[in-house]
Each structure stands twice: as C-alpha cells, then as structure tokens.
Design a protein around this ligand. Sequence first.
Ligand SMILES: [Zn+2]
Length: 465
Amino acid sequence: MAIQLGKIAGIPVAVDYSLLVIFALIAWSVGYVLMPTQYPGLAGWTYLAIGVLAAFLLFASILVHELAHSVVARSNGLKIRKITLYLLGGVSEIEGEPTSPSVELKVSAAGPLASVALTAGFALLWLLSAYLRAPALVSAPLEYTGVVNGAVAAFNLLPAFPMDGGRILRAIVWRRKGDLLASTRTAAAVGRVFAYLIMLGGMFLVVFVDVVLGVWFFIIGWFVSSGAQVALTQTALSESLRGTRVRDIMTTKLDSVTPEMTLEEVSQRVLILKHNGFPVISEDKLAGCVTMHDLRRVKRESWPQVKVAEVMTERASLLTVGESDPASKVVGLMNANRVGRIFVVSGDGNTLAGMVTRSDVIKLVESREGGARSYLSQKISFTAERGMDFVIEQPVDPGLVWWIETPAGARLLAETTDATGDGHEVRKFTFQAVESGRLAIRLLEGPRGAGGPVVRTVAYTVDVQ
Ligand SMILES: [Zn+2]
C-alpha cells in the first residue's frame, strides 16, 4: 500500500505506509535517545523538533539518491515506472534489464554518488551552522543527516547484489565476460554471501550491542538474499526471451464467448473446456473478458438470466499487447499487474489475435534455459468448482522423476503421459476437488523420485468454491 506523492522530474513518487512507522521510529530515536546524550539540557519540544527534522531530511536524502538512479537511467533510454520510498529506503522501478555494462555502471553508481554529495553538502552546512553558533535545532539535524548519508553510501556500495554495489560488481563482470546472465549469477552468489554476513553481523549486534540495530541488520540481510534470487530469476527470464516476439509464444487457438450468452452457458463451457476465463467476442471484435470470478459475483439462481455483457470486464480495461511486441513486455505486464494471461490484439487493436499465459512463458524459458530450471520454482493458482475434475499439466524431461504431493481435499483420479514430439513429455494429473477451500498441490522434480533431492518445485494453489 502506497500513497502517491506526485511527480518529480516527471517521475511518479510514492510513499509506502511502512515508511510512516519508520519515520516515527527515527524521529523518536533521534529526538529522545540520541540527542539528549549529544546535546543535554534542551527543552522537550526541541528534541522532538530535531527528531522530526532529522527524519524528514533523511527521507528527502533517500529520495534524492533514488532520483539520481532514475534520472541517469532515463537519460540512458531506460523507462522509469516509479520511485517508492518504503521501510528500508527507496526503490526505483526501472523497466526491463540494463542494456549494456556501462549503462548499468552509471545507473548503479549514481545513487551512492548522490549520497556522497549529500554527505559533503550537509557537512558544509553543519560547519557553517557551527561557525555561526546556530542553535542545536539547526545544527543537530544537519550533523545527523550528513553522517547517515555517508552510512547510506557506504552500505549501498557493499557488493551485495541487488544493492548498488552488487550491481556495480555485475557491470564489471559483465564487461569482462560479455554475458549478462553469467555475471548476474556471479553477483547474486557474492550477494548471498554478503547477505549472510549482514545477518551474522545482525546476530552479533543483538547479543552484544543493541537489539533494535541487530534486528534491523537481520531484516536487511534477509531482503538482500531474497532480492538476489528474484533479480536472478528475472534476468534469466528476460535473457531467454531476448529476441522473442509475442507472436512466437502466443496461443492462437482460443475458445471465446459472446456478450449475449448467459452466465449459465458460460459455466457449462468452463466445465467442459476447463478454462477459468474467456475472451468475449462481438462481431469479430474483442469486447471484453469474462472469468469465473465475474460469474461468482452473481447469485447462482440468476445465471440463466444474466448475460455476459452485464458482468464482463470491458475491452478498455483489458491489458493487451501487439503481436510484434517483445515477449518480455508480456512478462513485465503480468508481474506488474499480477495477472496470468494477456490478450494479443492485431491491426486496429480490437481484433483478438491470440493470448499469452504465464505457463506459455515458463514453458519457453524452460525449453531454452536448461540451467534456469533449478531455481525456477513456479507458483500457479487457479480456482475450481467443488466436485469438478481439473487437470494439471506438466512438461517433463526424460531422466528426471516427477512426483506429487496431494492434499486431503483432492483425489488424484488419473495420471497420463503424452509425448510432445520435441523430446519432452507432458504429464497430466487429473484431480477431483472433493472439499471446498484452499488446496495446495505440489509437483516435485528430482533425479531419484519421492524422498530424494528436489531440483524443482511447482506449487499449485487451487481455490475450490
Ligand atoms: Zn541505490
């Protein structure tokens, strides 16, 4: 959850609610813990004002740090979605992967350089305030912000990918090896080591120095280690999609419905075709999309009377891509909007040419990127009706064994294997949803089968209504 602040230099800036908590925490700890020891004997309200000022200057500084990243990225042709300030500082959402090692280097270094410049600026102002014998209310926040900006620069320069220093490391390795994915792997591995060191440092601080500071280090270490994993997966995805267009991966065989159909008719189709949603086509044009979710907002008794047109998502609200768009755009849209399928339109933008689902993308990545499979654990969720059969399909490779963990609420009815003709096989697991509620089904892959080492996990969440 975030509050939109507006735009700075054309870049939308938002503040996450978690920041409000941390703002109060910083204002309090600076005003009532740190300052009374450094500047004893001031009035209570002065401490409070110093704390609030210091917290405000700190977050303004973090915003400047992120703006530096974003502005340099934009001047190198990258698109900036937005900047969000949150619990651990800021994050600039830059679309896509860096285009070259030198761009990566410039964009990553811009933030820490801005923080160094801020340290120098605040140090000068602090010296000036001391020279002018300004009151603590002025000099204390300047001193604090200067020191903290120095710490921010130093901390961000740790080679802990995906932090700035780790990105700089990646750019250097990338320039030497010429391979973005390989250098991301290197940077992520170094990042993980640093993440563990940060967490270890956190434990040391908890025991010997200060619990709050230690927990803080621990959280940061944890974020770095999980961030390294996410960034690595993203890079693997966009690298293996490089040069691929939407038309290369889209499904063109689509089942559709019309706006005049009743919800009852749609629900019959859901049962037969086992899709969760359908494009709505009117006079050969894409008119919208209707899903089981839309149906469920209407009382079951009314399904025979209510028409698709009354409940569907209109064309204007649908996310679409063109056939010649890069496939990575689809991944970006799916991730940013948390949707599992995107319609592909051609010509005037209203003719449905196909659809890309998350599994289309994952299948392609898996077939291309043999090495990515070990860390590509998938999460897939969908809904099913109680008593209904549903099928989980999994492309498998000869030589590895898949097995399945079935929860009590589902019954495995059948397991079949189809050859795909390209050396792969598709295993189909047919389940019956016995109970309503949330089912967690896990498909596991490993060299030896159940009980042995797991190479890959596909976790399905099925909401049975
Ligand atoms: Zn940064």
